[in-house]
Design a protein around this ligand. Structure first.
Ligand code: FES
Ligand SMILES: [Fe+2]
Length: 364
């Protein structure tokens, strides 16, 4: 499968790679080993020893900053260079090195660059809103592995009409199907704004808002940016009132392909304009927000998307989906993604033209 390569992908939450820890992962079909030195620096290498191809993640850290192959003991630094051969005269063969991937830490996340072009830290997607939020307004930084290709998960998020069915009562209901929907494109970002007016309040939103079971206006405004980073500004307000008078969360979603049919899913929520209910209720609400989101993603979305992926694989033929009006956001983001991938492929075909020109804005 083709992937967009010259871009930053979310590798894992910073909190999940502690000093001295080694983790093996697959991104874009490639085996990668990540490790954090005892002084905090993160490195990512091809997870295959150049000697006899043992995965380096089965080794261990030495001197706090080098990874030692667990099979015959070659040692590699964070640049992928072999720095010690314990055998014979201890000469280091010139071919004894492994590829290093650029990594960066920003917005509580370790980002990895899988392409051949120079990695530009300025291209890391902007999720400053995680950094700016008071810690008590940020839910657990959570993740799971999805048994489905990453685009199926992005499709799920870019068409939130599914909340009326798959998350009935929790995040949507029968009345929220008829939402006013608007799709916008701003450069390479695509947003889908939906508002359902004067509808029964959902469980997730009643938890945070007035806890009175009364009707609300419910909005979701989800924005995708390449390669697969999304923020869903969603909440409720009294019928007819402005959004700033309501409350909700920014649901943040990072998808990273593992293989064609599996992906890594990292998520967190930042509360916006929280209603104060007093303690211990506010702490309980915070925990329930994380629990409900995890339940929705693991038990409901994942269950359906995995089955969808399996059905597609079993069909064993090229499938052409039936397009509905609610698919317009999906179609738009895919058009942007395909254009960026095509630009990257064109660059690969004629490398003499210099650095990849990733389009800053693709006009619809
Ligand atoms: S396979 Fe790594 S040192 Fe032999
Ligand atoms: Fe969902």
């Amino acid at each position: 499968m083709n992937y967009l390569r010259n871009t930053w992908y979310a590798a894992m939450w910073s909190q999940d790679l502690e000093p001295g820890q080694i983790v093996g992962r697959i991104y874009l079909g490639e085996q990668v080993v990540l490790f954090r030195s005892t002084d905090g620096k993160v490195s990512a290498l091809d997870d295959i020893c150049p000697h006899r191809f043992a995965p380096l993640h089965k080794g261990y850290l030495v001197d706090g900053c080098k990874i030692r192959c667990g099979y015959h003991g070659l040692e590699f630094d964070g640049s992928g260079a072999c720095v010690r051969n314990p055998h014979g005269k201890e000469r280091i063969p010139s071919a004894a090195h492994t590829r290093a991937y650029p990594v960066a830490e920003k917005h509580s996340m370790i980002w990895i660059w899988m392409g051949d072009q120079a990695a530009d830290p300025d291209l890391i997607p902007d999720f400053q809103l995680i950094d700016d939020a008071q810690p008590e307004l940020v839910s657990r930084r959570d993740w799971m592995k999805m048994e489905a290709g990453f685009e199926l998960v992005v499709d799920n998020l870019m068409d939130l009409s599914h909340t009326s069915f798959l998350h009935d009562g929790l995040l949507g209901n029968e009345a929220t199907i008829k939402s006013d929907t608007k799709v916008e494109q701003n450069g390479n970002r695509v947003s889908v704004d939906r508002i359902a007016r004067n509808v029964p309040v959902t469980k997730f939103h009643d938890l945070q808002f007035l806890r009175d079971g009364q009707p609300v206006d419910l909005w979701t405004n989800i924005t995708w940016q390449p390669p697969a980073c999304l923020v869903n500004d969603n909440g409720v307000t009294r019928p007819g009132a402005s959004r700033v008078e309501g409350t909700g969360v920014y649901g943040i979603h990072f998808l990273t392909p593992e293989t064609e049919t599996t992906c890594w899913y990292h998520f967190v929520a930042v509360r916006q304009n929280p209603v104060k209910h007093g303690e211990p209720l506010d702490t309980q609400i915070r925990e329930q927000i994380a629990e409900m989101r995890r339940y929705a993603f693991v038990e409901q979305d994942h269950d359906m998307i995995r089955a969808q992926q399996q059905a597609m694989l079993r069909a064993g033929r090229t499938l052409k989906e039936v397009s509905l009006e609610s698919d317009v956001g999906i179609e738009r983001y895919k058009r942007v993604l395909r254009s960026m991938m095509e630009a990257e492929r064109a660059q690969t075909r004629s490398p003499s033209s210099g650095k990849t020109q990733i389009p800053k804005a693709i006009v619809a």
